[in-house]
Design a protein around this ligand. Sequence first.
Ligand code: PLP
Length: 371
Amino acid sequence: MNSKRKIPVAEPAIGKEELDFVNEAVTSGWVSSAGSFIGRFEKLFAEYCDAKYAFATTSGTSALHLALESLDITFGDEVIVPTFSFIATANAVSYTGAKPIFVDSENTTWNIAPELIEAAVSEKTKAIIPVHLYGHPAKMDAILQVASKYNLSVIEDAAEAHGALYKGRKVGNIGTMGCFSFYGNKTITTGEGGMIVTDNVEVADRLKLLRDHGMSSKHRYLHTVLGYNYRMTNLQAALGVAQLNKIESLLDAKNQIAVRYNKLLKTIPGINLPTDSEWAVRSTWLYTLTVDKDLFGKTRDELMVFLDSCGIDTRPAFPPMHMQPIYNTGQSLPIAEKLSETGISLPSSVNLLDSEIDRVAKAIKTFYERK
Ligand SMILES: Cc1ncc(COP(=O)(O)O)c(C=O)c1O
């Protein structure tokens, strides 16, 4: 690999097993949503998350939408979400006709601040969607406590957190159900794709029904409820099985990247490293830090422009959803606003070379030292 290539933020690790499995799926003729890889992927993923059931979907977004639909969430309902997330978290709520209610983040984990949730609960609230942002688990005990007080469902948005541990438990199956994404930049990928995991048999039956046009499992072409086509293809699942087979090494590689960045960047003033809580094991998705311009001397945006000129791709942290033009609630949610303004994701692909991490860290240091 050329060490002077433009370093991407996140590229997939596709190897021989992926190619062999996809080849097998294609040549089997089962290219749509029947075929042996689907069941295999779901079974393996359920096991991986210590869940009884897993349902593969077309994307993380459709997984969230289906999860909400399975709970009959609809017009007039409200769902509490952290404002600091990718837009899909709130959009999935809007697709059902319900209203997303935005809550501020914590400074440490960057996830929904549990102590602020209760004030956002109304008689219309039906569910909470905590997001394990950038792979760090949300404070599930406190979230589940509010949920149980008000009889709310909890859908974990684990799109960025495959394999992360909350108090020793895999995220995704701690609440009512959990949703994952397998988009190309995620820790494991199926190109596009998603998964819902749950232990709840009633939810599982609903998910199965709604994912396949609401078609009765006993009578073909009998549709009792309005459903969707959110089925994953066998080709995607083939990729997914191969990726899942090596998830531990992928997570390990990502963790090593974080360790190396932490070591190289920790002494640069104004660079605030991601915080790891002692009760959690982060699954580093994108290594994301914040820039304190008073100490660093330049803004996050200036740093992004500089790194781009050095052939290093980065991403800004997600804009808070309450400030997005489609939602624009007029709220002031200062922690999320600050994190969003100062957060930057550095190259985090599992294939990243140590020399490339060193190049990124050196560029940040050079920019800091430049007057
Ligand atoms: C937090 C979060 N939720 C949901 C999604 C949606 O996943 P997908 O892109 O697979 O639809 C993403 C994806 O990128 C995400 O980061």
